[in-house]
Structures are given as structure tokens and as C-alpha cells.
Design a protein around this ligand. Sequence first.
Ligand code: PEP
Ligand code: MN
Length: 274
Amino acid sequence: MDIRHIAKENAEQFSVKINDVIVGNGDFIIIAGPCSVEGSEMIISTAQHVKEKGAAMLRGGAFKPRTSPYSFQGLKEEGLDLLKTASQKAHIPVVSEVMDPRDVEVVYDYIDMFQIGSRNMQNFALLKEVGKTNKPILLKRGMAATIEDFVMAAEYIAAEGNDRIVLCERGIRTFENLTRNTLDLAAVPILKKLCKLPVIVDPSHGTGIRELVLPMSLAALAVGADGIMVEVHPEPACALSDADQSLSFDDFEALSKRINQTKEHFADIRKGLL
Ligand code: PEP
Ligand code: MN
């Protein structure tokens, strides 16, 4: 596997800085926010809540990769504008997805970190385009990608000069259909052994089931992940996308509290895996 730019050398873990947030320094960070930005009030209240309860970063989709062309496609540039306002109001950096190489320039101005979604993990034109920028990138694992495919996708970005990449395990398609995806937690220590990049876990898309987000988050902590990304909505039942997996504000507070209580408990296991 020729991963000359992102290979782990001398057992050195590389950390990625997003404004004041550092991912990959041994701590466990939380990225939280709605699947989609749906309006001003909901994104501002979510930003303020998750920041207050311990999230390091805000997430929110404006360009949405939906399975059906007739589903809500996101508020696009208007959504990015709302996201930026919320991020500034709550003093929290923001990550949002870019789906098309032609949108990289416009998205750049609104976000602190680009997200490349599962469906675009091997959109090589897009990978090269974000690789030419100087902003950090959250690269999600393709739903049918092997670990090697995943790592090579990151190498595409790094080969363009930008190695500020955080990998995100978000589950893969298997024959199992009682969960939305099969969350491959073993990928976390494997990825961390192979390459220098930080790795986070998305238990929301990884399971599709709200009740599984907390236990899978704690599992991510135990296997040495550098953090999680979770979906949070002020009224999960009314969310325009991914309602079944979105946490309420109370759920998020409980999750964050539980992670803080558990961190110490897993410290030795994590150290052994890092
Ligand atoms: C998302 O994080 O908003 C998303 C669409 O996830 P994925 O690309 O992993 O399906
Ligand atoms: Mn979603």
C-alpha cells in the first residue's frame, strides 16, 4: 500500500488543528449538530446547546447527498450562511459537506473544515480539489469501501499538498439490515496503526438508531478513536433528514456527561491502542 504522505512513521500520531480545536492529541472530541441545517433558529439553538454541553465542533449539512432526488436536498448556500452565523454566535468551529468540485470555492468561505461524505469518498476530482485548499478535511469512509480504499482516498487528498485530514468510520453496507450500516469499530485501531491521521467514529449513520448512539460512542472511546460525530436536533421527530438517529438536546447532554465520566476508565486501553 503506497501511502507515502499519510503513513505512520516512528509511531508518531499527527494531530489536526481546526481553529482552537485539536483532533488527535489523545483527547476525545465531540462534533455535534443536525443532519441538515433547516433554518436559523434551529441551527443557532443547536450550536449553543452542543457547545454548552461539551461539543468541540458543530456539524450541519447544507448540500445533502440524499438517496432520492425528491427528498429534501438541503438549503445549499443559504444553509451555509446560517451555519456560519450560528458558529460565530456560539463560538464553535463548523464542518459541512461539499459534494461537487465546483462548489469547493463557495463552501470554503463558510466553513472551518470540509466534509467529504461516504458517497463521494472516491470522487477523485473532489478529493483533489479539497486537497489543493488549506482547510482541514473530514473524510468519511465509503459505504462499500475497504480500509485500503479508504486510506488511498485520504492519500489522494494528501498528495495534493493538504494532509490535515481526519478519517471518519461511519459504517459499511453488509447483509445485516436491522441496523442502517454495520459500524466497523475494528477499523479504528487498524487505521491508526497504518496511518498518522486522527480517526473519529460516526455512530449516528453507523447504526441509524438513536438508542445505539450512546453505547457505540462509548465503544468508539474504548477502541482508541479521537472522537465522535453525532447528529443532534431540537425536535428529532420533526427532523427533515435522519430523524430516527438524531439525539434530542437531553440525549446529547447525557451522552456528553457519560463520555466525560468514562474517559478515565478507558485511558489505559486507549493508550495501548494509540
Ligand atoms: C452526513 O454526515 O451528513 C452524511 C450524509 O453522512 P454519510 O456521508 O456518512 O452518509
Ligand atoms: Mn445524516
